[in-house]
Ligand binder design. Sequence first.
Ligand code: ZN
Length: 308
Amino acid sequence: MTHTSSLAKLATVAAIALAALGTSVAAKLNVVATTPDLAAVAQAIGGDLVDVKALAKPTEDPHFVDAKPSHIVTLNRADVLIEGGAELEMGWLPPLLESARNPKIAPGAPGRVVASQGIRMLEVPTSFDRSKGDVHSLGNPHFMMDPLSVKIVAAKIAEHFAQVDPKSATTYQANLKRFDAMIDTKLAEWQRTLAPYKGAKIVTYHKDFPYLAERFGFEIVENLEPKPGIAPSPAHLARVITTMKSSKARVIIVQPYQNRRTAETVARQTGATVLDIPQQPGAVRDVTDYFKLMDYTVAKLAAALGAP
Ligand SMILES: [Zn+2]
């Protein structure tokens, strides 16, 4: 073989490899979710037909994500954007979208999924004053902690994937069916595990567990934040402590991005336990998808509420 022909052969091989790579990359839908929980559901529905990225880190507050130039690039290349909606991302997503200039994910486009649409929202305010800083203006946006809400979100994602990529519609439907069946099976299991603790009184830092409380029969008696997004004040914490003592609430749930020391101070004065229960897959090692996240949540709650 001459030098020239071996070079030519190498070039051909390289061209074939690149073409194959190009095809496989192009064949996958570029899906961007604002938060890792939505990304986990998108991955379950899309399987290997999608490449999913989350903008927020698992340890980041979904209301206050640190916007980066790389987010603009990611959004610019997206075929589908999945957002929580109900103004969850209001503080950081709109400027990124404006810079990304991507008509495929414009409001109303098949490539834009608003997860909150179709969810029965809790805590919808009858009147609202943004000047007070409340970040839950359209109702509580933390509905992913209710497995039945997640089924609604999964169905919406499957519907949009099929619109954007019609040739794979049957695969998305099959994945959705499997996901739904898994939710049904696991929900029954989670309900059995938590059944002994129905009516348990709990406290959360932010108002991020009402959907879970409603589904599993807990009562959230207080929040360390006086209003969603407003830092705890000494006067408010004094009220929380009084309520916790009279209601015998024994756990305070915190997220990785909340002030754990504040929770610990309140716990010391009330004999309560501070429970770290992140709402995002990936915040805890090996808790990588929605089912593992809920397994973890249920196990942590059962252990804390069942402790003598
Ligand atoms: Zn919130």
